[in-house]
Design a protein around this ligand. Structure first.
Ligand code: URA
Length: 298
């Protein structure tokens, strides 16, 4: 992982929001301002853990109308520890290495018929993923909830509505611009946290999805997505709260990965939406600077 420096003025000028995007941000309940993480460098994580009371990162620049400023003081910015790069974020499947060779149809079928862990016994539907299979953006969540289990689609419940608003604020739709997948493909009972063995069994599916989509940027939403994608990249990642992981751009297999809060958490803690908007701005900026992306015009 190597933090990516961003020129602050480039960041400011490249993030132009039109009326519709501003309206979507308003729908998210998110004030618009220029996040500190971008106006400083992308190597600047917020210090507050996931359950810390809101300390919205405010930028008091003259160009920002007072009504659009977040309510509280900026979170302190600390330099990030320098995690060591590794070969892959996702370990080999403990039982079926052929997952790494599957095409889209075979992968979908393998997920839908998977019996590698006990979660298959309680599922109505496995939830492989949805969206554009060659999207530049990939969103990784945690696991299906009740609605997702019923419909076989990711992020279709209340958290999904907020995710759609977050995407719309960036001018994106799940159908055209994003591929959405979860770490875990089957709903854990009563939406409990996934167990390490379940994550280990399911990881190769996510790894294969990433290889097939070849996204230019991965947005990891929530602790389980962050820990799964950054395992081996960030030392002791499973001991770090999400607030310590967000606010910077990681490189995983050469791909930028940005971590932010899970939409379900934001529904419970709406004051953190401002930090999420900062993370989305950081992701937009990282994608703009992603050397994996060929120039639009040669
Ligand atoms: N939460 C997730 O992490 N994924 C979903 O698909 C739905 C809710």
């Amino acid at each position: 992982m190597s933090p990516t420096p961003v020129d602050p003025m480039t960041a400011l000028h490249s993030l132009r929001l039109d009326e519709r995007q501003r309206a979507m941000l308003a729908a998210m309940g998110t004030p618009v301002w220029w996040p500190e993480a971008i106006t400083a460098t992308v190597d600047a994580p917020a210090a507050a853990p996931e359950n810390t009371p809101p300390a919205a990162a405010a930028q008091q620049g003259a160009h920002v109308p007072p009504a659009l400023r977040p309510p509280a003081d900026p979170a302190p910015v600390r330099p990030a520890p320098a995690p060591k790069p590794t070969a892959s974020p996702v370990a080999d499947h403990p039982t079926d290495p052929t997952i790494a060779t599957l095409d889209w149809d075979a992968l979908t079928q393998a997920i839908q018929s998977c019996q590698a862990c006990g979660l298959c016994q309680g599922r109505q539907h496995a939830v492989p993923g949805m969206g554009h299979r060659q999207a530049r953006w990939m969103v990784v969540g945690e696991a299906p909830g009740e609605q997702e289990d019923k419909q076989g689609l990711p992020f279709v419940g209340p958290a999904g509505q907020l995710l759609d608003a977050m995407l719309a604020a960036m001018g994106l739709t799940r159908e055209a611009d994003v591929y959405i997948a979860n770490v875990i493909k089957c709903r854990p009972p009563h939406n409990r946290n996934p167990e390490p063995a379940e994550v280990a069994q399911c990881r190769p599916y996510l790894q294969r999805q990433i290889e097939l989509v070849k996204p230019d940027l991965i947005l990891a939403l929530g602790r389980f997505a962050a820990q799964t994608l950054l395992a081996g990249v960030v030392p002791d990642v499973d001991k770090l709260p999400l607030g310590k992981l967000r606010g910077q751009v990681y490189r995983v297999d050469g791909r930028p990965v940005v971590v932010s809060y899970h939409p379900a958490y934001l529904l419970r803690s709406p004051a953190e939406k401002g930090k999420t908007w900062a993370d989305l701005c950081l992701a937009m900026e990282a994608l703009e600077h992603n050397p994996l992306t060929p120039p639009a015009e040669m």
